[in-house]
Design a protein around this ligand. Structure first.
Ligand code: GAR
Length: 226
């Protein structure tokens, strides 16, 4: 049985698209039951509709509190019977009650090497700081923003003065590789945990070809198809 997912977006949805593409290619063993956006204008909703995926807008402005917003999102997810929740550019902080509803079933992607540069502008903050290496992180979500156990990270060089947009574009290409891979590991039941250390159960599978991505380091390594 494929892992059934709800994907939460707030914007362009290119990470959502990377999940859809890998599912349609038959390498990601998952099914997206629902895409939820807190913004009616999010292009991620269009991407979902184009692939026949049900969508739902839960506008945060229409809800009096974070709890009320999260309850509405939770109801929508439960109605579509999604087992896991994937935050793909979802720019809202979730309440502890929501987080606890999906133990080890709630993943986020962040465009920086956590714990450096958490928050809404990871790429720009890293570029402004003048780091020489940045990247992206997929992690389990816990009650603290951008804090939960790390599943996979990818690093890329950052060049002086190139600005946040150029760095963001380089990072985004890797986001599209590591996010579907992390979801596949979740679908395969290969992600264990000791304290906050995520253990990936081994599988005898060839590794992915990273040529064409430019200089980068991905750990754990991507497997074929990702
Ligand atoms: C991605 O870069 C994602 O890592 C980031 O928002 C972008 C969404 O792009 N998420 C965060 O910054 C969360 N703190 P997308 O809508 O094209 O997938």
């Amino acid at each position: 049985m494929p892992l059934s997912l709800a994907v939460l977006v707030s914007g362009g949805g290119s990470n959502l698209q990377s999940l859809i593409d890998r599912i349609e290619q038959g390498v990601l063993d998952a099914e997206i039951k629902l895409v939820v956006s807190n913004k009616p204008e999010a292009y991620g909703l269009v991407r979902a509709s184009e692939h026949g995926i049900p969508t739902r807008v839960v506008a945060h402005a229409d809800h009096p509190s974070r709890e009320a917003f999260d309850t509405e999102v939770l109801r929508a997810i439960e109605a579509h019977q999604a087992e896991a929740v994937i935050l793909a550019g979802f720019m809202r902080i979730l309440t502890p009650g929501f987080v606890q509803s999906f133990p080890r079933r709630l993943l986020n992607i962040h465009p920086a090497l956590l714990p450096s540069f958490p928050g809404a502008h990871g790429q720009r903050d890293a570029a402004d700081y003048g780091v020489r290496i940045s990247g992206c992180t997929v992690h389990f979500v816990d009650e603290i923003m951008d804090h939960g156990p790390v599943i996979i990270q990818a690093a890329v060089p950052a060049e002086p003065g190139e600005g946040g947009d150029a760095l963001a574009a380089r990072i985004l290409r890797l986001e599209h590789r590591i996010f579907p891979q992390a979801v596949q590991w979740l679908a395969e039941g290969r992600l264990g945990m000791e304290d906050r250390h995520v253990r990936l159960a081994p599988a005898k599978r060839p590794l992915a070809d990273l040529s064409g991505l430019g200089p980068c380091l991905v750990n754990p390594p991507l497997e074929q198809g990702f």
